[in-house]
Write a protein that binds this ligand. Structure first.
Ligand SMILES: Cc1ncc(COP(=O)(O)O)c(C=O)c1O
Length: 421
């Protein structure tokens, strides 16, 4: 048998293969020109001058056209987009919002910022929210369900939308990590009542910080827009309709500099996705029949953004050993849940909920409007989710991977699996 690099053998690659940034790594003169043009115009704030000519309005027009949505509002982050969506839906104190056990902590923080109580649902072997657990978590207080399309993988939208319709509970899609992905031919963010995106640097396309929400519901849009600017009704360039809601607002406006960057990066989205997808397809084809490895279930492989490749080992211990052996072969990867690393993409590492040290006076659980019973969270409360996450080995994919890189990933996984499984 071939000697593994971890045991002193020759590694499959001579240098580490690293998945890195996407949109920001693609920045070239196009982005520099876009930002420079904004500086030359000296219009850094969207609500000065002709609104339709603002960079922000152009980003919104791009998203509306692509997703076939009636309304879009660019904001200064993905968290801001989620908060505006929640205010847009008029949810707050007294309400519960169902979110997955595996999502970036911002999804939970946005629920709390809106004054509502996060209810954590299990994930399944797609590492996205498990529809059967969503249904179990519904109470008379549930005001929204938030599927998160983690690491570019579409959530099980058919099942989730069926639950939404059956119970009359709106869906907010968190598309922060899956910009450009789709499910059964529909873009992610176009199916729920609201879709929320992030343009933070780790995301597929980026302006460093930024986000957008999209919806077909006029009330949601206007209320969300009021939340994103406490003076929205006063700007001369803003239409004066529908400003009679009692939303005081906070300020989550996007700057024209950031909007010009996003607009440029929108033009890169499809070509970035096609490179990730080609790499992921090649790796998946190469390893799908390896005995003992189960691949992450991808609800619609055609719509997967392709930025992450995940397989499950039979046990958590084997996942750690496979991951260590692959890293020694210079294939960078890691297990997802490991008690020693506080990965903020796992509910167990959200101390403002699980430590019992929450600043109680600010918290939605103490609201006199809240009649539900979700008050205590524990690190162990979602065993099914932790069970999948601790057996998962994940590697990131970027646009610089070549076909040879993909083949070396396949070779390394085949090598370590045949030695360890
Ligand atoms: C799933 C998810 N939701 C929300 C956010 C929040 O986005 P932002 O950092 O732009 O506020 C992020 C990323 O940071 C995320 O990954």
């Amino acid at each position: 048998m071939v000697k593994l690099a971890i045991d002193g053998g020759i590694p499959v690659r001579s240098a580490p293969l690293q998945g890195g940034f996407h949109g920001s790594a693609a920045i070239d003169q196009t982005e520099i020109n876009a930002v420079t043009n904004v500086l030359k115009k000296k219009r850094l704030f969207r609500f000065l001058g002709d609104e339709q000519e603002s960079e922000a309005a152009q980003v919104e027009a791009w998203y509306k056209a692509r997703l076939g949505r009636q309304h879009a509002l660019a904001v200064n982050g993905g968290t801001a987009a989620l908060i505006c969506a929640m205010y847009g839906l008029d949810l707050g104190p007294g309400d519960e919002v169902i979110i997955p056990a595996h999502t970036y902590v911002a999804t939970a923080a946005a629920v709390i910022a809106a004054g509502a109580v996060p209810v954590i649902a299990e994930i399944d072997n797609s590492l996205n929210i498990d529809p059967s657990d969503v249904e179990k978590k519904i109470t008379p207080y549930t005001k929204a369900i938030v599927p998160v399309h983690m690491r570019g993988i579409p959530a099980r939208m058919a099942e989730i939308m069926a639950i939404s319709e059956k119970h009359g509970i709106p869906v907010i899609e968190d598309v922060a990590q899956a910009n450009g992905g789709s499910y059964r031919g529909k873009y992610l963010g176009s199916m729920g009542k609201v879709g929320c995106f992030s343009f933070q640097q780790y995301k597929i396309i980026t302006s460093g910080e930024g986000g957008i929400f999209v919806t077909d519901d006029q009330d949601v849009y206007y209320r969300g827009r009021m939340q994103h600017d406490c003076a929205i009704g006063f700007w001369p360039s803003v239409d004066k309709t529908q400003h009679d809601y009692a939303v005081s607002g906070e300020n989550y406006r996007i700057s024209e500099l950031a909007a010009s960057l996003v607009l440029t990066q929108c033009g890169r989205l499809d070509s970035l996705l096609s490179t990730f997808r080609a790499t992921k397809k090649r790796i998946t084809q190469g390893v799908k029949d390896i005995k003992g490895l189960a691949l992450q279930d991808v609800p619609d492989p055609e719509g997967d953004c392709g930025i992450a490749f995940v397989f499950f080992a039979p046990t958590p211990d084997l996942a750690k050993r496979l991951s260590a052996a692959l890293n020694a072969e210079n294939i960078r990867c890691g297990t997802i849940y490991d008690n020693t690393i506080p990965d903020r993409h796992i509910y167990a590492n959200w101390p403002f909920m699980t430590s019992g040290k929450a600043e109680i006076r600010r918290m939605p659980w103490m609201s006199p409007y809240y009649k539900g019973s979700v008050r205590n969270y524990t690190r162990e409360q979602c065993p099914q989710s932790l069970g999948y996450l601790e057996r998962a080995v994940m590697m990131f994919i970027d646009q610089f991977f070549t076909a040879q890189d993909a083949d070396q990933v396949v070779e390394a996984i085949t090598k370590v699996a045949s030695a360890l499984l």
